[in-house]
Design a protein around this ligand. Structure first.
Ligand code: C2E
Ligand code: MG
Ligand code: MG
Ligand code: MG
Length: 282
């Protein structure tokens, strides 16, 4: 190689790279204490039916860093996945969600609400994943049928039989499964009828462009058709405009999640929207 030697070594002192690395290492170090310091907070984003009635929420994790403010899960989840902290984090989220489901189950107005929780592949591949989730359900008293676990295509790239067995064991308890970010992975579609899924979530990247981009529109339309023919529920995520909602409705999609219906927000805000929605009912 021609570019060897003295000059190239300057790369190691690239101030921008240095700063980025420093930032990342600090974030990683801080992340180790975030759980014990109580810096995580569950946010709730409504999922609605064709009339806009709230069916439940997806639980989305937020990290309130004392100096950096709110750190996006897009930034810290990958870090947590690399050093396996994600397992403890996921379990905390799951427990928090299940405690909430148990509280809602005690009130007639909130009894039917569901919560969707994102599961990481590392957590699911743990030998004790099923027992752990079962224990959380039992200890919190959450109705298992109200808990939806969101998995991604990456779950089934390897150890598919094991994943299937675990899903079946959890389904036997009443838990349901959604396939998140559908269409963004690289796996074949063959797992769709081998795995006990209940719902497909159309990825927001397709929903965003559904009115402008014919390719996105056909992907979304085919996904809705595929879900119908496989007898799966379908929900569109990232719905931001009424035009997108109307397009989806006219193509047979009856469940939505997105800024149009509500942003992810702390429990208090979510419960306020529930009350407001009930008051608005005829
Ligand atoms: P996801 O599960 O696909 O969640 C949907 C993401 O889309 C969320 O981003 C949500 O805030 C965002 N979103 C919802 N509606 C709209 C919309 O109308 N427009 C736009 N532009 N965005 C919308 P968020 O909260 O930043 O989460 C990012 C990802 O981090 C999630 O993607 C999920 O994969 C992961 N994540 C979040 N919480 C957890 C958790 O507790 N455990 C694990 N393992 N992963 C999590
Ligand atoms: Mg999700
Ligand atoms: Mg998604
Ligand atoms: Mg995602």
């Amino acid at each position: 190689q021609a570019k060897r030697g003295g000059r190239n070594r300057f790369c190691f002192f690239d101030p921008l790279l240095q700063a980025k690395l420093h930032h990342r290492l600090r974030l990683e170090a801080d992340l180790r204490h975030a759980l014990s310091l109580g810096q995580f907070q569950p946010y709730f984003q409504p999922q609605v039916d064709s009339e806009g009635h709230i069916l439940g929420a997806e639980v989305l994790l937020r990290w309130e860093h004392p100096e950096r403010g709110m750190v996006s899960p897009a930034e810290f989840i990958p870090l947590a996945e690399e050093n396996r902290q994600i397992i403890a984090i996921d379990r905390w989220v799951l427990e928090t969600a299940c405690r909430q489901l148990a509280a809602w189950a005690a009130q007639p107005e909130t009894r039917e609400l569901t919560l969707a929780v994102n599961l990481s592949v590392q957590h699911f591949h743990e030998a004790d994943a099923v027992e752990c989730i079962r224990d959380i359900l039992v200890n919190t008293g959450a109705p298992p049928a109200r808990l939806k676990l969101e998995v991604t295509e990456g779950f089934f790239l390897e150890r598919q039989d094991e994943a299937r067995q675990k899903m079946l064991a959890l389904k036997a308890l009443g838990v349901t499964f959604a396939l998140d970010d559908f269409g963004t992975g690289f796996s074949s579609l063959s797992y769709l009828n081998r795995l006990p899924l209940d719902q497909l979530k159309i990825d927001q990247s397709f929903v965003r462009d559904v009115l402008e981009d014919p390719a996105s529109a056909s992907i979304v339309a085919s996904t809705i058709g595929l879900a119908k023919s496989l007898d799966l529920e379908v929900i569109a995520e990232g719905v931001e405009t009424t035009a997108q909602r109307d397009w989806l409705l006219s193509h047979g999609c009856r469940r939505f999640q997105g800024y149009l219906f509500g942003r992810p927000q702390p429990l208090g805000g979510f419960e306020t929207s529930l009350r407001d929605a009930r008051r608005a009912l005829p």
